[in-house]
Design a binder for this molecule. Structure first.
Ligand code: KG4
Ligand code: ZN
Length: 320
């Protein structure tokens, strides 16, 4: 069994996954409430909380699976990208556990992890496919050719799609994390109420910063009472603009790459309008869309392990 550990942002997560991709246990301790009052993740607060949570979360994971460390064959951990202080907590925990048991350690790229969420049981997807990876930190179109080969076809020139959701939610006075809040509120709104512009950048890239400014102006023009009345319409229209941009570019990328299957991963893949707009797309279950450690353990199945004790020298990376 592979023990996965993920601490790249504000979720402390551990999971036990078999070589065949069966999840025996997956525990996610979200710190969202802790950061909500600041309207976003505070890196230093996240690191400290990871430090408190990482051991209990790993212990609980073993408990859920009815396993002990004797059942673990290798340890997988997110090496980057993410918040450097947060990553270091998971990496140090993984090194300590692996070293104490003389186990190999597998350093996993967080983005490989999101893609590998599709390779888990009960319905593992087989490459090739076109993948939209949309999270709080990244928006990427990937031509996934095999478990180990992929080509980046497009990315965002400014904000990530999840970041656009989070910033929009803030402008609308909604809680953090904002994507889920906008998604919920949009159900009661009219997506055609406001015509928010979607930047048309060349190629298969995205740009979301202009959209955010358009929302800012729309909100500014309204009084407090009016805003309360129009909030659902604003959320629905704003979400619609983001989803339209994602869907158009994803379909275009699939056409260009000659892929007939589209998969969506990352936190934004949990969005109900996105899922409805790409009905044929393959999406991981909601719990595997947002950050978790099962996807990290899954990716480790195709990542070269580092032997004992060489991994003690590994460092985390904030960006690629
Ligand atoms: O993949 P993830 O959990 O963490 C990163 O790697 O960033 O993605 C988090 C992002 C946040 O920006 C959050 O607002 C967004 O995913 N998100 C959503 C939804 N659920 C989470 N965005 C839109 N609709 C949702 N239902
Ligand atoms: Zn993520």
């Amino acid at each position: 069994m592979i023990l996965g550990i993920e601490t790249s942002c504000d979720e402390t997560a551990a999971a036990l996954v078999t070589e065949e991709g069966e999840i025996r246990a997956s525990v996610v301790a979200s710190q969202a409430e802790l950061h909500a009052r600041y309207g976003g993740v505070v890196p230093e607060v996240a690191s400290r909380r990871h430090l408190e949570l990482v051991t209990p979360v790993i212990r609980e994971t073993l408990g859920v699976a009815g396993a002990t460390l004797d059942d673990v064959d290798r340890i997988a951990v997110t090496q980057g990208p993410g918040l450097i202080g947060a990553l270091l907590v998971g990496l140090a925990a993984a090194k300590a556990l692996a070293w104490s048991r003389r186990l190999p350690l597998v350093p996993v790229d967080h983005l490989d992890g999101h893609v590998a969420s599709l390779y888990l049981q009960p319905e593992p997807l087989e490459p090739p496919f076109l993948c939209l990876l949309a999270s709080g930190g990244h928006t990427m179109l990937l031509d996934v050719r095999s478990h180990t080969e992929r080509e980046l076809l497009g990315t965002t020139l400014d904000d990530a799609a999840g970041e656009a959701f989070d910033k929009g939610a803030r402008l609308l006075g909604l809680g953090y994390p904002g994507g889920r809040e906008i998604d919920r509120l949009a159900q009661d709104g009219d997506p055609a109420a406001y015509a928010f512009p979607v930047a048309r950048v060349p190629g298969l890239d995205f740009s979301f910063s202009g959209l955010k400014t358009a929302l800012l102006y729309a909100v500014r023009d309204l009084g407090e009472e009016e805003l309360a009345e129009r909030r659902a319409d604003l959320a629905a229209s704003y979400q619609h603009a983001i989803v339209r941009a994602l869907v158009e570019r994803t379909q275009e990328a699939a056409r260009q790459a000659g892929r007939d299957r589209i998969a969506i991963v990352g936190g934004v893949a949990a969005n109900s309008e996105l899922r409805a707009s790409l009905p044929a797309a393959i999406a991981a279950p909601l719990s595997l869309c947002t950050d978790n450690a099962a996807m990290i353990a899954s990716a480790a199945r195709w990542t070269e392990p580092v032997a004992y004790p060489r991994y003690l020298a590994l460092d985390a990376y904030a960006s690629r």
